[in-house]
Design a binder for this molecule. Structure first.
Ligand code: T4K
Length: 377
């Protein structure tokens, strides 16, 4: 990737010198995967860091999500959000479940809990909300509804690594939370993910499921998958964990710089930091509204012309993908947000020079000095 390009995120990488001895250890032991020593150390380290009791590592977040649904024996229909990444509803289809989409709240971009009950049918067995951009979903109301109707709650917490809400880990909410450690995430193992589980028994079941269902050498208890995290990924995770707090602090400072700068620009609305929350600043979502001289797509094109690869997370809505599309379904807030959202670059080592380039592109667009035409992807 060219040095001149500014991407929406840039992975925080561990110190190569620190990686070397860990790799030598792997080479020496010959233990490459399937519950190796680094895997076990990372599970324990993450439990401690995140303040949770039971965690199972995965090769990526999507397989973790597929396995979470299988572990809870979810059947029939699942209520979820149309404003998310493809992996959320795809995990339902992989389990032969039907996604039932419910609109989002316009400010939090999360599932609107007040609309969930109307979508429940006799086939509904679970709710799959997303903590979008790491902002806590309405966990109290969602749990109240789940308890009332006897539903499972599985949180897609792919964006919510390390987020704490009202003094506790957000990952404790619901029956299971799903994390992603993809390269684009706050905490990455190149590819990776994890499930946060309520008890030892569920962790045991999940550990079987991610290893083809093997309970021991000869007993297979379920049609599990290969979801195991390998030792190389675990080594990366252990090193990331050492610097995760400073990475999040650096992201916070970038976010706050954006906040200061954007206050002076009419027509751009940066997402408010959520209340009672220790946030992770995983994304920098901005709504482009009518008072801005350019449409969202023209602003997007303008950025790209200048080598700044902003992204439209999440556009199009997953409910508009051909495998989910229902012409009679309308998700007003989600549709409106998908048309106006733009995620600006945010990562821990975003330097002043690049930040300056991003802001001057925005200011020029705001002042009408631009040459954008049409809308690109
Ligand atoms: N649930 C939710 C709500 C999610 O958002 C996601 C993933 C999942 C579940 C599934 O978790 P995983 O199975 O992925 O663990 C990205 C990521 O691939 C995806 O992990 C993420 N959400 C989604 C929101 O964003 P793309 O297709 O936009 O990513 P990509 O590869 O185009 O990368 C975006 C930019 O990041 C690039 O322009 C440059 C930069 N980048 C990317 C990579 C891969 C780098 O600088 N280095 C890299 O190695 O989906």
């Amino acid at each position: 990737m060219s040095d001149d390009l500014i991407t929406v995120t840039r992975p925080s990488l561990p110190d190569l010198e620190k990686l070397q001895p860990l790799l030598e250890g792997i080479w020496k032991s010959g233990r490459l995967t399937n519950g190796g020593p680094l895997h076990e150390t990372l599970e324990a380290g993450l439990c401690e860091y995140l303040g949770v009791e039971h965690l199972s590592l995965f090769t990526n977040g999507t397989i973790a999500l597929v396995t979470a649904l299988q572990a809870m024996r979810v059947t029939g229909e699942v209520i979820t959000t149309p404003y998310t990444f493809a992996a959320t509803p795809h995990a339902l289809l992989w389990n032969k479940l039907k996604p039932v989409f419910v609109d989002i709240e316009p400010d939090s971009f999360n599932l609107d809990a007040s609309k969930i009950e109307a979508a429940i049918t006799p086939e509904t067995t679970a709710i799959l909300p997303v903590h979008c951009y790491g902002t806590p979903a309405n966990i109290d109301e969602i749990q109240r509804i789940a308890d009332l109707y006897g539903l499972h709650v599985i949180y897609d917490a792919a964006h919510a690594f390390a987020v704490r809400y009202r003094g506790r880990s957000l990952l404790e909410a619901g029956d299971i939370s799903v994390l992603s450690f993809h390269a684009t995430k706050v905490f990455n193992t190149f590819e990776g993910g994890a499930l946060i589980l309520k008890d030892k028994k569920t962790k045991q079941r999940v550990d079987y499921l991610k290893n083809f269902g093997f309970a021991n050498e000869t007993t297979v208890v379920a049609p599990g998958i290969n979801g195991k995290m390998n030792e190389f990924q675990a080594a990366l995770g252990l090193l990331q964990l050492e610097k995760i707090d400073s990475d999040i602090r650096a992201r916070q400072s970038v976010y706050r710089k954006y906040r200061e700068e954007l206050m002076g620009i009419e027509g751009l609305q940066l997402m408010e930091e959520p209340v009672d929350t220790e946030w992770n600043y995983s994304y920098c979502p901005v709504l482009v509204n009518e008072r801005f001289p350019l449409s969202r797509d023209d602003l997007y094109s303008e950025f790209r012309k200048q080598g700044i690869l902003v992204r439209r997370y999440f556009y199009p809505l997953v409910s508009d993908f051909p495998m989910y599309f229902d012409p009679s379904a309308v998700f007003e807030n989600a549709a409106d947000t998908a048309q106006r959202i733009l995620c600006l670059p945010i990562y821990s080592d975003l330097n002043d020079e690049d930040f300056g380039r991003i802001m001057s592109c925005l200011r020029e667009a705001a002042n009408g000095h631009h040459g954008a035409s049409g809308s690109g992807q």
